[in-house]
Every structure is written in C-alpha cells, then in structure tokens.
Design a protein around this ligand. Structure first.
Ligand SMILES: Nc1ncnc2c1ncn2[C@@H]1O[C@H](COP(=O)(O)OP(=O)(O)OP(=O)(O)O)[C@@H](O)[C@H]1O
Length: 261
C-alpha cells in the first residue's frame, strides 16, 4: 500500500530520517513508536506528501510521491484520511458541518446524500447525537472522534493518526483505540499511527516500528517487540530513564559547548 525506500531527511546538521526502508502492509495497523525527536512526525510528513525528502522514495499505490507536483499530491491526498494532533476542527462550524466540509470542498454530492454520509460516519464514531454541537462544547474524546469522522468521510484507502490518544483519560483512550481497530477492520483501511503510548500501541498494532535518531531500530508484531532482546527496545517499552537511549541529544561535549561556543 505504502512503501518507503532509502528515505533521507535532514534539517541543517540533524538527520531526522536516515535511509529508512519499510513496507506498510495493506489493511493492517502499523504503529510508529519512538522517543521525542526520533523522527516520527518527519516520517509522517514524508508519507503524506506534506514534505519532500532529501533523497529516497515514497510509493503510494505504485506512484512515487517524491517525484510528483503539488497538484497531483493534492489529488492523491484525497485518498488519505488524517487525524492530526488537535483534530483541527473549524471552531465556527458545528460537528455536522465540520464532517461535511471535505465532501462540500472536494465533491459535488447533493445535500441530501451528504446528510446520509455524515450521519453514517457520526454513527460509526458514536456521535450521532452531537451533530449540532460546536467544537467548544465537546470533550477531548468527542473532539478526537469528530476529527476521526471527518478523516473517514471521503472513504480513504489509508488513514494516518498522529498521537490519537494524547491528553485523553484511560476510558476515552480505550474508546479511540477500539475505534481505530474497528474502522481498520470494517472499512479495510490501511492504518498508520504515530504514538508515544505503549499500552495503546500493544492494543491496536498488527505491526510496530521503533525509531531512534532517524533509524528503524526494531520492527515486528506486538509479540516480537515485547520479546525483543535489544536493550534500546527494552528501555523504550519499559519507560526506563536510564539506558542506551540518552535523555538528551547533544552532538558536542557539554563543557566544550559552554566554554568554547
Ligand atoms: N522543520 C524542522 N526544522 C528543523 N528541525 C526539525 C524540523 N522538524 C523536525 N526537526 C528535527 O528533526 C528531528 C526529528 O523530529 P520529529 O519531530 O520528526 O521527531 P518526533 O519523533 O516526531 O518527536 P516528538 O515525539 O517530540 O513529536 C528532531 O531532532 C527535530 O528537532
């Protein structure tokens, strides 16, 4: 479904992605894990065509996104659903209109059909009773679910989630996890999730990749990752402050930096 080959992305002296190769399996949930600054959001931006890499390819449906112009990428992105942090709902539109927005923007579907589609999506995320509410009247979990309904309203082939459960209580987290898994199965959508949340990840993932300083340091199923002997993987999944993954990312010795800069 989506495949990256030799992907390199640098920002100044920092290599955010260092020759990444990975095939995101069709119809599966793949979770990208990694500590802060490991390159997760950078990878997501390359996968969605929001940014071009320095080198390498991103194949989506056989096309290399890195070679396409803005117009073509815009067309392709209609096949992608995205639930980014904050859910990005429009504050001046109610829930119904927020979800209808992509249909009104990108299609010529008649109002009565839009009503049916939006209601179906609201039902899927358990928000049918909330269609007239404004975003400011929603709880954090409801906001995520409204964002999710909007992300699936164009029936995407693939859906990207950036930290879908950040800031949610455990019950709302469980609800979102179940929705991600259910939508993946019932709609047969390829699902890619960026997460910090190990418990959520183990609940929803078919495949996991762990990034560290721009490299994939581990990949496999939940069981394979849980049983990994790699000390960096163990440190990450057990949330240990001490270990091979450093707390800071410094390229110079501390004394050199304060004395000689
Ligand atoms: N636009 C940018 N300009 C400069 N450096 C950037 C930019 N975006 C990312 N970086 C750097 O690239 C590296 C990877 O960042 P990225 O945001 O992809 O990490 P992340 O794993 O998503 O982190 P977090 O979990 O904290 O969001 C970091 O060192 C970051 O400072």
């Amino acid at each position: 479904m989506i495949k990256v080959e030799n992907l390199v992305k640098k920002y100044g002296g920092i290599t955010a992605l260092n020759h990444i190769n990975y095939h995101f399996e069709k119809g599966k949930v793949t979770v990208i894990l990694g500590s802060s600054g490991s390159g997760k959001s950078t990878l997501l931006r390359q996968l969605t065509g929001l940014e071009k890499p320095d080198s390498g390819s991103v194949f989506f449906d056989g096309m290399d996104l890195t070679t396409l112009g803005k117009k073509k990428i815009y067309e392709i992105r209609k096949k992608m659903g995205m639930l980014f942090q904050g859910s990005a709902l429009f504050n001046y539109l109610n829930v119904f209109e927020n979800i209808a927005f992509p249909l009104r923007e990108h299609t010529k579907i008649a109002d009565n059909i839009i009503k049916i589609i939006v209601n179906m999506k609201l039902e899927m995320v358990g928000l049918r009773g909330a269609q007239n509410l404004m975003p400011s009247q929603l709880s954090g979990g409801m906001t995520k679910r409204a964002g999710l309904a909007r992300a699936i309203v164009m029936d995407p082939k693939i859906i990207f989630y950036d930290e879908p459960t950040s800031g949610l209580d455990p019950i709302s987290t469980g609800v979102i996890d179940k929705l991600i898994k259910d939508l993946n199965q019932t709609l047969d959508i390829t699902t890619i999730v960026v997460s910090h949340d190990i418990e959520s990840c183990f609940r929803i993932a078919d495949n996991i990749i762990i990034l560290f300083q721009g490299d994939i340091i581990a990949q496999g199923t939940v069981e394979e990752i849980k049983n990994s002997e790699d000390l960096r993987v163990k440190q990450f999944i057990n949330g240990e402050p001490e270990g091979p993954i450093p707390f800071t990312r410094a390229d110079k010795d501390y004394l050199d930096e304060i004395l000689f800069d």
